[in-house]
Ligand binder design. Sequence first.
Ligand SMILES: C[S@@+](CC[C@H](N)C(=O)[O-])C[C@H]1O[C@@H](n2cnc3c(N)ncnc32)[C@H](O)[C@@H]1O
Length: 273
Amino acid sequence: MKAPAANQGKQGLFVMVLFVGTAACTKGRAKPEPPMTLVRPASQVVVKTTREPILDAGQSTLDSGNPAIECPLAKQGIHTADLRPFKDTEKYIAFLERPDRVKWQRPDAIVAALALVGNETVVDLGAGSGYFSFRLAAALPRGSVVAMDIQPEMVRHMHHKAMTEGVQNLHVVLGKAEDPGVSQEADLVFVCDVLHHVPNQPVWLGKLADEMKVGARLALIEFKEGKLPQGPPENLKLPRTKLIELAKNAGLVLDTDKPNLLPYQTFLVFRKP
Ligand SMILES: C[S@@+](CC[C@H](N)C(=O)[O-])C[C@H]1O[C@@H](n2cnc3c(N)ncnc32)[C@H](O)[C@@H]1O
């Protein structure tokens, strides 16, 4: 069956993005690049995607005259050839970005509820496809977003999207499962649908709270209990009372509680006193 014209256009763009992404990481591997800007010590890699859009009309992405594109994974010794097949990753990205999600996820209402001034540093921890990262970046004209995930495939996707869309205030970081690794620069740590994936939640949240600076906020979003059209299995869910208990035990205080903001999820914001 022939795809509709609009879809063909989207597919064309997708293929171009994939091509550019692959070329970017291949280039990064073939040719050593100047040292990148690290905003965290240790083994985590932070790449500042501060380039202009690279898909200028008529310009070859493999033109040797173009500057080398930083690949966050190659810099950490991870090669794209070692990653999961893109088809598998694509399915997860499509799941996170599914069009109906906006109706109940209410990302714009969430960003508004965070009451950002516009110059903050926000860490989107467990950013996935960057569903919130790109929206948060748009809400921070003088600030920036650090989008972190432990899956290199997601890091690759967000990095390429930021490059091809010319998003200059979004920095992508490959994190570690056992260490949140949040920068002291963070004014807000945003954690949506991630905590129930973490095996040792008290330890992980304790480390996160230790890493946060005094006054920094932590936004936690998790699915509510009960039969809902969306969300993880019941046994993985973290009820509101449990979230509050976990955060308090980590040394954080409740700052904002909006029980009716989202139909299926709890929205809580804590602060480090
Ligand atoms: C359900 S997705 C949510 C993605 C995104 N926050 C959103 O709302 O669209 C969970 C993400 O958390 C990431 N994740 C799981 N455990 C993590 C950990 N310990 N540290 C950082 N990210 C983690 C996964 O790789 C996955 O991309």
